[in-house]
Design a protein around this ligand. Structure first.
Ligand code: ZN
Ligand code: ZN
Length: 123
């Protein structure tokens, strides 16, 4: 296993928690249903106080995961140019923010159905 502490996409969470999140999400990407190279994503980045807790974790395929981290290659060029934002940076920020909201909606809905209070931001 490679260790890169500077890599914001590496999630140093336990195998058990990883498995729990994959199982909760049905072993598919929460955003696009792909089963292609699944990864665990922190909905709220740890740098902004997001917890290593299933409430703050979501299963994404590598494409959605890269896009959620603002990887230009994974974001749709056309969508960026037609987003109405003045700069590419602004467009990317807005698009990653949208993805974050989609992730939040996904887990919030999930826990609402379970009758659980979803409050991922502490811990
Ligand atoms: Zn996906
Ligand atoms: Zn991530």
């Amino acid at each position: 296993m490679k260790k890169k502490s500077t890599n914001t996409m590496s999630a140093n969470i336990s195998k058990e928690m990883r498995r729990e999140v994959y199982r909760r999400d049905g072993f598919r990407c929460a955003l696009c249903d792909s089963t292609d190279v699944l990864q665990i994503h922190h909905i709220k980045p740890r740098g902004r106080g997001g917890a290593d807790h299933p409430h703050n974790l979501i299963t994404l395929c590598w494409r959605c995961h890269s896009a959620a981290h603002g990887s230009l290659m994974m974001l749709d060029d056309y969508a960026i140019k037609n987003s109405g934002y003045e700069t590419e940076d602004d467009a990317i920020r807005a698009m990653t923010y949208d993805m974050e909201l989609e992730c939040i909606r996904y887990v919030a809905d999930y826990y609402a159905e379970q009758g659980e209070v979803w409050y991922p931001w502490d811990g």
